[in-house]
Write a protein that binds this ligand. Structure first.
Ligand SMILES: O=C(O)CCC(=O)C(=O)O
Ligand SMILES: [Fe+2]
Length: 356
């Protein structure tokens, strides 16, 4: 804990924490002001609530109708709200509650789980990699949950005492939903059931990110989370029960994602876009801030085993749809270095085709 404290104070001397600024009603410093067209990642277009977000009952995916809906949702917007997933509202409420208990602890207590300056895992704000970076108005907890041997237990909360156990159990349930979904996704494209799941592998990882977005005095200038696509295979998001904030880009417009208390919001990540040869889309999304209410979200990323080579499945490569991406390993590493260099990671692994 001693050395973590040192690292925390090093970063905080550069920056007053978002939590502190929010509490004191500070005007966000310019490092938090969004720049149009950041990293080539879209701009601040008007939000629109006109476009409905597809809702899919995942317990019905053995029916052709629901399967068609799934294929259509994932190959257009790349996302949907999942109901019928088997987790009750009271269970989801319990998850939200446990997570909130940790975040409600005093800063000194949370900082016992602080991430090291050059590490992603643990509690804290954005990792600062460049002076030009625009910072997110959030604080969060990032933990690798599975496989068990990759857990960095030194940054796992001891308080509330059940935190770890509850998070692991939740991640397991999410994985079983994702596995079923990956099978259905393959079937929806007339592929062998295991076509996608096999690329994730037995040792696919589950990482969780718990985001807290405190009230912000300038929602017009500051985002809770900058526009990005996920580097995962599949992302499963449990939203705040009341406070909205997530927006997804559909047909070049930002669309609000409503909160549905018993739904999980599921989106395609870049790696699934690669594996599906671009058939399924990894959507751009962001989180807006508000002046009144704190918002939380609990995200589970399911990521193919970094040792597995992943690439477009053969059945989705043909004359009209040539191979879009080359095979790669450890996409998260590529994603991270592109982020530092301001490049779009998917662009860097595209296969060039001569149109001659
Ligand atoms: O908080 C949210 O709703 C989205 C968070 C997110 O996109 C992420 O953590 O990757
Ligand atoms: Fe995301």
């Amino acid at each position: 804990m001693g050395s973590n404290d040192l690292l925390v104070s090093e970063e905080q001397s550069l920056l007053k924490s978002v939590e502190q600024m929010s509490k004191e009603g500070d005007e966000p410093p310019s490092a938090y002001h969004v720049v149009e067209g950041l990293n080539g990642f879209g701009s601040n277009k008007d939000s629109s609530t006109q476009t409905p977000i597809p809702i899919i009952d995942v317990s019905l995916l053995s029916s052709e109708d629901e399967l068609r809906k799934l294929r259509s949702a994932l190959s257009s917007a790349g996302l949907f709200q999942a109901i019928g997933h088997g987790m009750s509202v009271s269970y989801l409420d319990k998850m939200r509650e446990v997570v909130k208990q940790f975040f409600a602890l005093p800063v000194e207590e949370k900082n016992k789980c602080a991430r090291a300056v050059n590490d992603h895992e643990g509690y804290g704000c954005d990792t600062i990699v460049s002076e030009k970076q625009v910072l997110d108005w959030s604080y969060r907890m990032y933990l690798q949950v599975s496989p068990e041997e990759i857990r960095k237990l030194s940054v796992w909360p001891q308080n509330p005492p059940e935190f770890g156990e509850v998070l692991v159990e939740y991640a397991k349930k999410v994985k079983s939903i994702v596995d079923d979904l990956l099978r259905s996704m393959a079937r929806s494209l007339d592929l062998e059931e295991g076509s996608f799941l096999d690329q994730f592998g037995e040792k696919s990882t589950l990482a969780t990110r718990i985001n807290f977005y405190p009230p912000c005095s300038r929602p017009d200038l500051v985002l809770g989370c900058k526009p990005h696509t996920d580097g995962s295979g599949i992302t499963v998001l449990l939203q705040d029960k009341e406070v909205e904030g997530l927006q997804v880009q559909i047909d070049d417009k930002w669309v609000n994602v409503p909160t549905i208390p018993d739904a999980l919001f599921i989106n395609i990540g870049d790696q699934m876009q690669i594996i599906s040869n671009g058939v399924f889309k990894s959507p751009m999304h962001r989180v807006v801030t508000n002046t009144e209410k704190l918002r939380m979200s609990l995200v589970v990323f399911n990521v193919p085993d970094a040792e597995n080579e992943i690439g477009p499945v053969e059945g989705l490569i043909n004359e009209t749809r040539p191979r879009l991406y080359r095979n790669i390993k450890d996409y998260l590493m590529i994603n991270y270095s592109c982020y530092q260099e301001g490049k779009i990671p998917l662009e860097t692994i595209k296969v060039a085709h001569n149109s001659a």
